[in-house]
Design a protein around this ligand. Structure first.
Ligand SMILES: [Zn+2]
Ligand SMILES: [Zn+2]
Length: 245
């Protein structure tokens, strides 16, 4: 579905993959679940584009629900995939996610997420055999020219991507507007984070960025100001208070 000028989304907001258009060429930001592969041509068609126009896939981090169809896109369409250097091992399947904490588990919502994972083939991450890496502060040479802001905590190599020309910031799971497990909405730390205090601290690195559209990996776009979102996330209960009930 269309989010804003030049930006579309695959998925209904539970697990997001974004298509970013610039001068007729497409960068995909996160690849959601493997099953999104089937939705990709239709969403590209809605932008008057085809698979031929896809130039790059950039991952905000290497968790299973963002890697999705990445390897298939690389192998079948020769589209380069890139990720922050500290998540590269996880993307290649050489390292597992570290010390994951689940926030606010609700059984019904958890079953909903499991059902989604099953229906979209999200059972295990397919390693990406070749992955390019980037570091903090880089401006990527792909359509949309995303600027990288390293926001470690959710994973070591979590990155936000700022697209000044589209007035947009992809935050990955630096924060979410939907807890896929509990169903709670609004800006909040995402579940399955590795180091929650650090994730909160990293949000300060996003402070001051101008973006009308703040686009998370999970949940709906946030259009009420990045500063307000950061304030809401940082005012949440301390991570130690929000363990599995
Ligand atoms: Zn994640
Ligand atoms: Zn995620």
């Amino acid at each position: 579905m269309r989010i804003s000028a030049g930006i579309h989304r695959i998925g209904d907001g539970l697990v997001n993959s974004y298509l970013l258009e610039d001068s007729g060429e497409i960068t995909i930001v996160d690849a959601g679940a493997p099953g999104y592969w089937n939705d990709l041509p239709f969403e590209l068609a809605a932008m008057n584009r085809t698979l031929e126009d896809v130039r790059a896939l950039v991952l905000t981090h290497a968790h299973i629900d963002h890697v999705g169809f990445a390897e298939r896109l690389r192998r079948e369409r020769h589209v380069p995939v890139s990720v922050h250097e500290l998540d590269a091992k996880m993307a290649r399947g050489e390292a597992k996610p570290q010390n994951q904490k689940i926030l606010g588990v609700g059984l019904v919502a958890l079953l909903g997420f499991v059902r989604f994972a099953l229906s979209k083939g999200m059972l295990r991450a397919t390693p990406i055999l070749e992955v390019a890496t980037f570091g903090d502060g880089a401006t990527l040479d792909v359509p949309g020219a995303p600027r990288v802001i390293h926001v470690p905590g959710h994973s070591e190599g979590s990155a936000a991507l700022h697209i000044p020309a589209r007035n947009a910031l992809f935050v990955g799971d630096a924060f979410a507007t939907l807890n896929v497990i509990s169903g709670k909405t609004g800006p909040q730390l995402a579940p399955f984070g590795s180091d929650l205090p650090r994730a909160k601290e990293s949000l300060l690195r996003l402070q001051g960025i101008e973006a009308a559209y703040v686009l998370p990996g999970h949940g709906l776009p946030w259009t009420r100001g990045l500063g307000e979102a950061i304030r809401l996330v940082r005012e949440e209960r301390a991570p130690g208070d929000s363990r599995r009930p």
